[in-house]
Design a protein around this ligand. Structure first.
Ligand SMILES: Nc1ncnc2c1ncn2[C@@H]1O[C@H](COP(=O)(O)OP(=O)(O)OP(=O)(O)O)[C@@H](O)[C@H]1O
Length: 224
C-alpha cells in the first residue's frame, strides 16, 4: 500500500521558563492508504504535539515529515497551506462546527475554500452527509444536534474534500463511550470506503480495537 504519511526522527522541544520539554522525542512512523492507526498515550504523552507536526501545523525541532510523498520542510508557507487544505483533514475533540451554519453548510465550507463549483458542491455535501448517516439532519444547526451527530458532521466535513490523510485528536473525547465507539467504527468504515489514511489519537484503549495498528506514545517516544 502507498505510504501517505511518514515521520522520521521527529523531535519537538519546547523551551519554557521551567526548562526544556521534549514533547516529541525521536518518533518514526508510517501510515498507508486505507489504514487506520490509533495513537494511544496518557495525557501529556505528546499526542497533540505529534499530530500537529505530522499535519504541518508546526515545524519539528529535528526530523522530517513526508506527506503524500512531499517533504514538508521543502515547502514554503503557501505550498504548505495548499497541501494542507487539499490533502489533509482534521477532526478534534471539540467539534469545531460553525454554530450559525446548518450541518450541510458546515460540510460545504472546505469545498467553498477550494472553489469547487456549486452543483458539484451540493452533490459532494449530500454524499458526505449520507456516508455518515445524517441526510435527514442536513438542515439542522449544530446546537440542534446531539454530540455524536455533531461529530459525524465533523467527519463529513473532514472527508468531503477527499483528503489523503485524516488526522483526529481525541475525536470521541466529549462523547459517552457507546457514541464514541460508534464514531470510531464510522471512521474505520470511511477509511475502508475512501482509501484514505487515518491517524487517530486517543487515550481510550477501548477504541483501539477498531484500529488496523496501535502505536503507544509514552513521554514523547513510541514504545512496543
Ligand atoms: N506550546 C507548548 N509549550 C510548552 N510545553 C508544551 C507546549 N505544548 C505542549 N507542551 C508540553 O508537551 C507535552 C506533551 O503535550 P501534548 O499536548 O502533546 O500531550 P497529549 O498527549 O496530547 O496530552 P492530552 O491527551 O492531555 O491532550 C506536555 O508535557 C505539555 O505540557
Amino acid at each position: 500500500m502507498t505510504v501517505v504519511l511518514r515521520g522520521e526522527g521527529l523531535e519537538r522541544v519546547f523551551r519554557t521558563p521551567a526548562g526544556e520539554v521534549r514533547a516529541v522525542d525521536g518518533v518514526g512512523l508510517e501510515v498507508s492508504a486505507g489504514e487506520l492507526v490509533v495513537l494511544q498515550g496518557r495525557s501529556g504523552a505528546g499526542k497533540t504535539t505529534l499530530l500537529t507536526l505530522l499535519g504541518g501545523l508546526d515545524r519539528p525541532t529535528a526530523g522530517r515529515v513526508e506527506l503524500d510523498g512531499r517533504d514538508l520542510a521543502t515547502l514554503g508557507d503557501a505550498e504548505l497551506r495548499e497541501l494542507r487544505s487539499t490533502r489533509v483533514a482534521s477532526v478534534f475533540q471539540t467539534f469545531g462546527l460553525l454554530p450559525v451554519l446548518s450541518a450541510a453548510e458546515n460540510v460545504e465550507v472546505p469545498l467553498r475554500i477550494l472553489r469547487v463549483p456549486r452543483a458539484e458542491r451540493e452533490e459532494r455535501v449530500a454524499a458526505a452527509l449520507a456516508a455518515v448517516g445524517l441526510t435527514e439532519h442536513s438542515a439542522q444547526r449544530p446546537g440542534e444536534l446531539s454530540g455524536g451527530q455533531q461529530q459525524r458532521v465533523g467527519l463529513a466535513r473532514a472527508i468531503v474534500a477527499r483528503p489523503a490523510l485524516l488526522l483526529a485528536d481525541e475525536p470521541t473525547g466529549q462523547l459517552d463511550s457507546e457514541t464514541g465507539a460508534a464514531i470510531m467504527t464510522l471512521i474505520g468504515e470511511l477509511v475502508r470506503d475512501t482509501g484514505m489514511a487515518a491517524l487517530v489519537a486517543t487515550h481510550d484503549s477501548a477504541l483501539a480495537e477498531r484500529a488496523d495498528r496501535v502505536l503507544q506514545l509514552h513521554d514523547g517516544r513510541l514504545t512496543d
